[in-house]
Design a protein. Structure first.
Ligand SMILES: *[C@@H]1O[C@H](CO)[C@@H](O)[C@H](O)[C@H]1NC(C)=O
Ligand SMILES: *[C@@H]1O[C@H](CO)[C@@H](O)[C@H](O)[C@H]1NC(C)=O
Length: 191
């Protein structure tokens, strides 16, 4: 297992994985990091608030596409992309359009199998979350109790669903798999 990211993660949780620190602006310098993996999981993403409009497009679409291309060149045959609910390259809404464009570009890379996860609001304890996000998370935390699959999904559920998905055999002749929020819940709870 290789974690490819822009900074090294510290702690015993990561003691058994390789880590490659890369500069996503100069990703072609890190071709070797992408070599020799069967399956790739891409959870890259930022927010417009943090990165601005251009930065958001750069990270959520361009870095994602570039990573997918290097993974393919390195031998990866199954790519799993974390996208978002409502992603649609024809959408009038900026966020959904950029996410949809990223999906289209990753599909175009031509993996044997390409899986697109479209979770709703991700529930996690994020240190850097801003107060508005914190409020939304607390509120959704309650809503999520009442409507567990509609509006949100915990990050651990998404991770478990991704793992369960990649070990399942694909369907004959089907290359692209799209998992919506309800399907992620169902698959993420299966052991
Ligand atoms: C790392 O591997 C060792 C040996 O297999 C295992 O005992 C340990 O629990 C692993 N650590 C983590 C964080 O997975
Ligand atoms: C994507 O957005 C377009 C424009 O709003 C819409 O016509 C189309 O039905 C959407 N596609 C999906 C799969 O929702």
């Amino acid at each position: 297992i290789t974690l490819i990211g822009r900074r090294k993660l510290e702690g015993s949780l990561y003691s058994n994985v390789s880590q490659e620190v890369v500069d996503f602006e100069k990703l072609d310098e890190s071709v070797a990091a992408f070599q020799g993996h069967d399956v790739g999981f891409c959870c890259l993403g930022t927010t417009k608030a943090k990165a601005g409009v251009d930065g958001f497009v750069r990270v959520d679409r361009d870095y994602v596409e570039h990573s997918a291309r290097l993974a393919k060149a390195g031998g990866c045959h199954h790519f799993v992309l974390q996208s978002g609910k409502g992603a649609n390259s024809s959408s009038r809404f900026f966020y959904l359009r950029v996410k949809g464009e990223a999906e289209d570009r990753v599909q175009a890379v031509g993996f044997d199998r390409c899986s697109i996860f479209r979770p709703a609001v991700l529930l996690c304890d994020r240190q850097e979350s801003r107060p508005a996000e914190w409020m939304a998370q607390k509120f959704l935390g309650v809503v999520a109790l009442v409507f567990p699959t509609a509006l949100s999904v915990p990050t651990v559920t998404v991770a478990q669903a991704m793992l369960n998905h990649v070990v399942m055999p694909g369907k004959e002749g089907q290359k692209v798999y799209v998992l919506e929020n309800a399907g992620i819940h169902a698959l993420g709870q299966a052991k």
